[in-house]
Design a protein around this ligand. Structure first.
Ligand code: HEC
Ligand code: HEC
Ligand code: HEC
Ligand code: HEC
Ligand code: HEC
Length: 243
């Protein structure tokens, strides 16, 4: 457990660096309104203003597209298509905290060695798994999805309300290497929060990859949590996600 956590905090540290640099870009974008005054003063002001606006537009125009399709190379060629698709392992076998906590744990080599102490024991592709296991070190997985630190997100709330993995992560069971398929932008979160009903399934089906609204057992119109009668009402006010 200790080794997983340190692995995870390392990758979060990386993520923090990424989101800080994004904050830097937002801060620079904030300057764009100031040169408006200089515009009155002279041509150099106009030029600066144009450059800054261009930069800001380029940032907003490409940010979403840069995130969608992001698929970094991992230290081990782990395939979800093989393990979750062909072998049919449930997501929670490896991401075992996802229903109980904000974060979905990434597996340590101990989880892999449940099988790989017997399966493919001499594969070179598993060298790093055996080494980290023997040395009790975390595997340095590279983070794929990463919200800025000023956004609050909790997996368990979404899963218990009946939002499935595939709604936010796509067909992970068909991916050789994990790829981000949704923008994770503020607009994307809020679109669903305004109208969650079509995305809700039975909480028992959240890891089912081939779920489709049309074949849902859980009527789309139903927005109360089964049994409890509590209405599902995701936050759309700013402090819901920025706490
Ligand atoms: C045998 C273990 C295992 C199973 C089963 C498994 N995963 Fe994973 N998952 C991993 C590992 C290892 C990583 C980190 C390396 C990578 O990104 O491929 C990961 C990464 C991910 C990521 C990207 C995390 C990030 O950095 O943003 C997502 C999303 C994910 N898994 C979803 C799923 C879903 C959905 C399922 C079920 C269909 C599933 N996983 C089943 C082991 C597993
Ligand atoms: C409502 C959308 C949503 C659903 C449903 C969802 N995820 Fe995620 N997932 C995210 C977001 C957003 C992040 C990035 C979180 C961050 O950066 O703090 C993420 C990150 C992850 C990560 C990286 C570790 C972490 O927690 O940051 C893994 C692994 C993962 N998800 C697996 C899963 C699995 C498995 C399921 C289904 C059991 C699932 N997710 C369901 C949106 C979702
Ligand atoms: C439930 C058992 C099981 C678990 C748990 C498991 N694997 Fe596997 N893995 C397999 C099987 C079965 C194969 C396919 C072996 C074959 O093709 O003959 C495989 C193949 C692989 C391969 C390809 C090996 C090669 O030589 O082509 C890699 C890499 C791999 N697994 C990594 C991992 C990692 C990393 C983890 C932990 C996050 C993990 N596996 C967890 C059963 C498992
Ligand atoms: C596909 C639909 C969907 C998407 C996408 C989605 N959410 Fe949600 N969200 C929900 C539902 C459903 C709930 C549960 C509301 C309830 O239980 O009343 C929820 C609840 C929440 C809550 C309340 C948690 C609490 O503790 O009360 C927060 C915060 C939140 N979501 C943040 C986000 C963020 C940030 C994103 C984008 C990165 C996001 N959500 C994307 C459907 C979604
Ligand atoms: C459902 C969740 C959610 C709600 C509600 C929400 N936000 Fe956000 N917000 C996000 C996410 C996710 C991001 C990060 C977007 C990204 O990384 O591109 C974000 C980013 C931001 C940013 C950073 C600038 C940017 O565009 O990247 C600001 C400023 C912001 N939100 C303000 C607000 C304000 C003001 C409100 C209320 C009117 C609000 N947010 C409501 C999820 C939310």
């Amino acid at each position: 457990m200790a080794q997983e956590q340190s692995g995870h905090s390392d990758s979060r540290e990386l993520g923090r660096q990424r989101s800080q640099s994004r904050f830097g870009r937002i801060a620079r974008h904030g300057l764009a309104s100031r040169p408006r005054i200089r515009l009155l003063v002279g041509l150099s002001g106009l030029l600066l203003f144009t450059l800054l606006c261009g930069g800001a537009l380029a940032y907003y125009g490409t940010d979403t597209n840069l995130a969608v399709g992001y698929s970094p190379i991992q230290p081990i060629e782990f395939s979800h298509k093989l393990h979750a698709g062909d072998l049919g392992l449930d997501c929670r076998f490896c991401h075992f905290t996802v229903e109980r906590s904000a974060f979905a744990a990434l597996p340590s080599s101990e989880v892999c060695m449940k099988c790989h102490s017997k399966v493919r024991t001499d594969s070179v592709k598993l060298l790093a798994v055996r080494a980290t296991f023997a040395e009790n070190r975390p595997i340095q997985w590279v983070r794929v999805h990463n919200l800025p630190d000023f956004v609050y997100f909790d997996h368990s709330v979404h899963l218990s309300a009946g939002v499935g993995c595939s709604t936010c992560h796509g067909r992970i069971d068909q991916m050789q290497r994990v790829e981000q398929v949704q923008s994770l932008s503020m607009g994307w979160c809020i679109d669903c929060h305004r109208n969650p009903a079509p995305s809700l399934r039975s909480p028992s089906e959240v890891t089912q990859m081939n779920w489709h609204p049309a074949t849902a057992l859980f009527p789309a119109a139903r927005v109360s949590r089964s049994g409890t009668g509590r209405t599902i009402d995701p936050p759309t006010h700013c402090s819901g996600c920025h706490r």
